[in-house]
Design a protein around this ligand. Structure first.
Ligand code: SAM
Length: 285
């Protein structure tokens, strides 16, 4: 890892293949200076078809089921949740799982490509017809008129919002589609650890096997640019906002959630730097 100016980390982990050998993907359109792309609306350019399909081909849903265990479904059941709005459906992993567990599930995403893939996956994994809604979180209530027992925003999705105004707007919309005693479950990478300690090889993220490697390529207080490397040597990137844990907890409370509990890698007690993922459970009532 090379430290440059304070607060900025130009991350070049040992063992990374030559840049000639591995190419960033032009379909994602990050422009001439990818590090300046810090825009909430850019997410639809980042989840391009090739990336989404490759990702889904390589990540074995069964293995993902196993690594996640029954944490979310147990939590939802323990709160008596029946209806769930999955606001970050992506390719449908959680939506399908929830349907299989008997939850009345509606699947939202701002990317039509993602929703199409999720619908296809619903059919392939058990013949489930997903109820999909194309909506951006910031204007969710324009398209979603029901109220739900739970809203889930999983897979490090909230990180795509680049301004506080967008984050507040999205959280207020999540709050508004919940019943009076509803809960929001929102997860995120442990960016505190990345921002404070830099990147170490320990924090390469191998997704369900060794086939897809995700690692931060550049990090500062306003950007975490992650690189996703695939076995065919293609690379894709995501530009994300590095959310600090306490900041997210504060925002959740400020938009009106009464209680916020945070888990680290599915555990209630954890050392600050240890978990890769943090899961916030916010109660409306
Ligand atoms: N939850 C899924 C998973 O764990 O596999 C997908 C996660 S993917 C990292 C993030 C998803 O959030 C993408 O499908 C993206 O289109 C969606 N997304 C990001 N920003 C959004 C926004 N402002 N409104 C609606 N969807 C958004």
């Amino acid at each position: 890892m090379n430290e440059s100016t304070p607060g900025q980390t130009d991350v070049r982990p040992a063992g990374t293949a030559d840049t000639d050998e591995i190419q960033a993907h032009p379909a994602q359109k990050f422009g001439e200076d990818p590090l300046q792309v810090r825009d909430t609306d850019h997410y639809t350019n980042e989840y391009v078809k090739g990336f989404v399909e490759k990702w889904d081909d390589l990540i074995d849903w069964r293995k993902r089921y196993e690594s996640e265990g029954s944490f979310f479904t147990d939590l939802l059941k323990s709160r008596g949740v029946k209806s769930v709005l999955d606001v970050a459906t992506g390719t449908g992993f959680h939506s399908v799982r929830l349907i299989e567990e008997g939850f009345d599930t509606t699947s939202v995403d701002g990317s039509p490509e993602m929703l199409a893939k999720a619908f296809e996956n619903g059919m392939s994994y058990g013949g489930h017809v997903l109820r999909v809604v194309h909506a951006d979180w910031r204007w969710l209530s324009r398209d979603v008129h029901e109220k739900f027992d739970a809203v889930i925003c999983l897979g490090n999705s909230f990180t795509h919002l680049f301004s506080e105004r967008d984050r507040r707007k999205a959280l207020a919309e999540f709050y508004s589609v919940l019943k009076h005693d509803g809960i929001l479950i929102l997860d995120q990478r442990n960016y505190d650890s990345i921002l404070d300690n830099g990147f170490s090889s320990k924090h390469s993220y191998y997704y369900c096997g060794e086939e897809v490697v995700a690692e931060p390529e550049y990090v500062d207080d306003g950007l975490a640019r992650f690189r996703y490397s695939f076995p065919d040597k293609s690379q894709y990137h995501l530009n994300m906002f590095p959310l600090r844990k306490d900041y997210v907890r504060r925002l959740l409370r400020e938009v009106g959630f009464q209680r916020v509990e945070t888990y680290g890698d599915f555990q209630e007690t954890f050392a600050v730097d240890e978990p890769d993922f943090l899961i916030h459970v916010a109660e409306k009532d």
